[in-house]
Design a protein around this ligand. Structure first.
Ligand code: 5AD
Ligand code: SF4
Length: 489
């Protein structure tokens, strides 16, 4: 993470006795204890200690990593992007097997750094650690790892870090489930002007291919008061854009009992978040098509602060495959929903996720998916090859699809996805768009890079002073997945 500014570390309302729960206070005490430890080590080694946080997977993991980094910085580590550091932590993803393989590869390389630095600590956490087989593999073949924990007890990181600094043994702390949401932990934001905000954790949907419900547990929503308070604090810190995060944001609040005043719909929640003073744009990730309400469409239509982007995972365009995936909608349901969105929200970009190679998927089924891509005219789509996750129902389905068939279908789909996205992008040519400026262009220092409301990147001549500001940019050149433009005022 690039930002060195410790001002971005916020301990949300930690001094408010009514909200700072006992657990977060305990963790702050462990931060102090670990700080003494790190300072002692610094003196012994005659140098500052460094820490590297490596994140795999989704925005929820990215947000968790911001919490890990804040704790490490408060304890006294300097942030580095190199894994040749004194504390290295991998925040893992296990949605697809290639994510698992990438972590193990990186972990293997890391052991070489440890040979030259006996003080080095290596930790691994996140979704992959919620699977017994992964933990067993680390225990057996990666003995040099010092600390392993999971998704449910990440709030205990300060305590685990302290314990690890005082132990030569591998510490393993994995919880199977939790109903606990610990508020008020330190967070270090990657960007000063935008931030993710978790509104719920876990998933109850059990799509048959997906490991998430097993590693993230059941749905738990944060109270609207806590969410709004976090947004207010972020806005006061200079944040302009908020992304509300959850595995299935439109089941927000379903876990609250009827009659509980906290039980409000996701549509109501997002509307409330846009009212927070200073917040200029609000995004959300990820909704499930089966729960996408008319109320939400209306709220988006009437509220220009809600980003003009809806990520609506399709997964497959074939009704029978969707049934076997347990997605609870048909091809027609999905297309009707897209129609409704396109009619009521003509300026909204729709993007999606698609899986190719789900057990039993035939060429004609992929034709259905291609048909939906064309009819829905997705502005972009992430296409994934089905990855068999043990423990999920689909892993036991007998009709797994041969690799060469999957590859052929995948390439066919990808071509249509790219063509459709490119076609869609031309509609922005000549338009003036509100752009939140994020950074200096990676390849050309005279250009700035920002994000439009629909989430696409725009590069335009400008000054770094603009970073974090909302500017109007006229789109002049369209390059499919990104644009060039010029400041319009
Ligand atoms: N194989 C391939 N892709 C998967 N996804 C989830 N589980 C799997 C799997 N087993 C994809 C879905 C989801 C996205 C985050 O990851 O498309 O929307
Ligand atoms: Fe996985 Fe389905 Fe839950 Fe998304 S909704 S996290 S795909 S089980």
């Amino acid at each position: 993470m690039a930002i060195e500014n410790t001002k971005n570390i916020s301990i949300l309302n930690a001094n408010r006795q009514d909200v700072a729960d006992e657990e977060s206070v305990r963790q702050l005490e462990y931060i102090e204890k670990a700080k003494a430890q790190v300072s002692f080590l610094e003196k012994e080694l005659g140098r500052k200690l460094t820490a590297c946080v490596t994140t795999f997977g989704c925005q929820m993991n990215a947000r968790d990593s911001e919490k890990l980094l804040a704790t490490l910085k408060l304890v006294g580590y300097e942030e580095t992007e190199s894994e040749d550091a004194d504390f290295v932590i991998y925040n893992t993803c296990t949605v697809r097997d290639n994510a698992d393989q990438r972590v193990l590869g990186r972990l293997g390389q890391c052991s070489n750094f440890k040979k030259n630095n006996p003080h080095m600590k290596i930790a691994i956490c996140g979704c992959m650690m919620q699977e017994d087989s992964s933990v067993e593999k680390i225990k057996k073949s990666y003995r040099f790892v010092d600390l392993i924990f999971g998704t449910h007890n990440i709030y205990k990181f300060a305590e685990l870090l302290y314990r690890s600094l005082n132990s030569d043994k591998m510490i393993i702390d994995i919880w199977k489930e939790t109903d606990k949401i610990v508020e008020d932990l330190p967070v270090l934001r990657k960007y000063s002007f935008k931030s993710g905000v978790n509104i719920m954790f876990g998933c109850n949907n059990f799509c048959t291919y997906c490991i998430v419900p097993y590693v993230r547990g059941r749905e738990r929503s944060r109270s609207p008061k806590d969410i709004i308070r976090e947004c207010e604090k972020l806005a006061a810190d200079g944040v302009k854009e908020i992304m509300l995060l959850g595995q299935n944001v439109n089941s927000y609040g379903n876990d609250f009992k009827d009659g509980n005043p906290d039980k409000i719909s996701f549509a109501k929640l997002i509307d409330e978040v846009t009212k927070v003073e200073g917040i200029e744009r609000v995004r959300f990730m990820t909704p499930h098509p089966k729960d996408f309400s008319d109320e939400l469409i209306d709220v988006i239509a009437n509220n220009k602060k809600i980003a003009r982007h809806i990520h609506l995972p399709l997964q497959s365009g074939n009704t029978e495959i969707l049934r076997r995936m347990n997605r609870k909608y048909t091809k027609e349901d999905y297309l009707n929903l897209v129609d409704k969105i396109r009619t009521k929200l003509p300026d909204v970009a729709i993007t999606t996720d698609i899986i190719v190679g789900f057990p039993g998927e035939k060429k004609e089924d992929v034709d259905d998916t291609i048909d939906v891509v064309k009819k829905a005219a997705f502005d972009n789509a992430f296409t994934f090859i089905y990855s068999k996750r043990s423990g999920t129902p689909a892993a036991t389905f007998e009709d797994q699809v041969p690799e060469d068939v999957v590859k052929e279908n995948f390439d066919r789909l990808l071509k249509v996805v790219q063509d459709t996205a490119k076609e869609q992008s031309f509609k922005y040519n000549g338009q003036v768009q509100e752009v939140l400026v994020e950074n200096v262009n990676d390849h050309d220092e005279s250009l700035m890079t920002g994000r439009m409301s629909n989430n696409t990147l725009v590069h335009f001549p400008g000054d770094r002073e603009l970073i974090g500001k909302m500017v109007k940019v006229k789109i002049t050149e369209c390059h499919g997945f990104y644009f060039f433009g010029e400041i319009a005022e």
